[in-house]
Design a protein around this ligand. Structure first.
Ligand code: PLP
Length: 437
């Protein structure tokens, strides 16, 4: 019964595991082993030929990772998943699985900086062109598409702008061309299920809210099983033509007996096999621990973030608060349509006192941690103009939604009174007016 639940609170505790088959252990065991003994040569042959699915070597597959993969696939409403060593590896593989040198991908401009770098520089060096378009206008994806476009890419709730991506609008455009939409859902687990709106692939940095405790780096790719790769054989050659790296396998055919999992099988047995960015079973165990309380934590993150927003909006040192519930017009419609149960745990604010106020505010925090991470159970803060975005020119800062006095807060699950008390005393140290230039 629990295995079929549609409720995220139940899925995160039960999907993919019902006591360890070997020992009866209720907690998911950490299978800290590199290799798995074959029953006999026929068994080994079947595993290598993909005639049977099973464990061979932990770089490709591991029982602890498998529970995590099944659980997150169930949570997102997908059919299968692949855990990898970081969110960055997940984003890279998600694209490289369908795009090769000479191809292109159309991506939203509103991306995590690491993904931006990967797309603008590293994938470019590999011959994959990423065309960046403004997500405010979904039609910009159509305009940037040509015969070599293999995927669309975006984040559900990108920071610092926090403008929710028009998933259905862009997924529909993609589907009309045979192009899958890959959504990075890192900042909105539980709150949004991109597959329900037509996305084909989801990636997460599990380092953030899924892990939730700031202990382990990890990423995951989820296959929605809802994209007809075979129907778009010209647009999607790498899933439909013989793959020389796997003795000529045609992935849409090879995966048929196993379900609609051609995309994720290919990523596992080619990209993960060759690049080796495997998730360690220990980190997967930590992510499973985090996942168990994800639904509960997201409720608290959202509730506390909204309370912080309401309080900051009245504070004299704060010029502007950036949070989806405060948007108007189309941006608010998208936030309300795509998010349910809250608007997430990230809050932006612009301090009237500019760069100096941002610096003093951060230096005065006592409970918030000053870190580059987001999505920890603890509250976190950073002043991008003096850290993550310090290399950018004033014009580039503005384009990326970061002003001199902008501060990013990742609101934790501490008692709201303590969160506000810390913000209050730190804001008291920040000058209310910007220094004359
Ligand atoms: N995607 C988003 C939205 C992120 O915020 C991050 C990291 O900050 C990543 C991907 C990359 O994840 P990782 O740090 O686990 O490699």
């Amino acid at each position: 019964m629990t295995a079929n639940s549609r409720h995220p609170e139940t899925i995160v505790l039960h999907a993919g595991h019902r006591a360890d088959p070997a020992t009866g252990a209720v907690a998911v065991p950490i299978y800290q082993t590199t290799s798995f003994q074959f029953k006999d040569t026929q068994h080994a042959q079947n595993l290598f030929a993909l005639a049977e699915l099973g464990n061979v070597y932990t770089r490709i597959m591991n029982p602890t990772n498998d529970v995590l993969e099944k659980r997150i696939a169930a949570l997102e409403g997908g059919v299968a998943a692949l855990a990898v060593s970081s969110g960055q590896a997940a984003s890279a593989f998600a694209v490289q699985n369908v795009a090769h040198a000479g191809d292109n991908v159309v991506s939203s401009t509103d991306l995590y900086g690491g993904t931006w770098n990967l797309f603008a520089n590293t994938l470019k060096d590999q011959g994959i062109e990423v065309r960046f378009v403004d997500p405010a206008d979904p039609e910009s994806f159509r305009r940037a598409t040509d015969a070599k476009t293999r995927a669309y890419y975006a984040e559900t709730l990108p920071n610092p702008k926090l403008t929710v991506f028009p998933i259905k609008e862009v997924a529909d455009i993609g589907r009309s061309f045979g192009i899958p939409l890959i959504m990075d859902n890192t900042a909105a687990p539980i709150l949004c299920r991109p597959f329900d709106h037509g996305a084909a692939i989801i990636v997460h940095s599990m380092t953030k809210w899924i892990g939730g405790h700031g202990t382990s780096i990890g990423g995951i790719i989820v296959d929605g099983g809802n994209f007809d790769w075979e129907k778009h054989a010209v647009r999607q050659p790498y899933l439909n033509q013989p793959d020389p790296s796997y003795h000529g396998a045609v992935w849409t055919q090879a995966a048929k007996p196993l379900g609609p999992i051609a995309y994720i099988i290919k990523a596992r047995v080619t990209l993960l096999r060759d690049f080796g960015s495997a998730a360690s079973p220990f980190n997967s165990f930590m992510h499973i621990q985090g996942l168990e309380t994800l639904a509960l934590r997201m409720r608290e993150h959202c509730r506390n973030a909204q309370a912080v927003v309401d309080w900051l909006a009245k504070h004299p040192a704060v010029g502007k608060v950036i949070f989806p519930s405060l948007f108007t017009g189309e941006q608010k419609r998208r936030a309300d349509y795509y998010l349910s149960g809250g608007y997430g745990g990230l809050v932006g604010m612009e301090l009237k006192g500019g760069r100096e106020a941002g610096r003093r505010f951060i230096d005065s925090l006592k409970m918030f941690y000053h870190v580059a991470n987001i999505g920890d159970a603890r509250s976190l803060a950073i002043h991008p103009a003096t850290t993550t975005h310090s290399q950018l020119s004033p014009a580039e800062l503005t384009a990326s939604g970061v002003s001199d006095g902008f501060v990013r807060l990742s609101i934790g699950i501490e008692h709201i009174d303590d969160i506000i008390a810390d913000l209050d005393q730190a804001l008291a140290a920040a000058p209310i007016r910007a220094a004359a230039q």
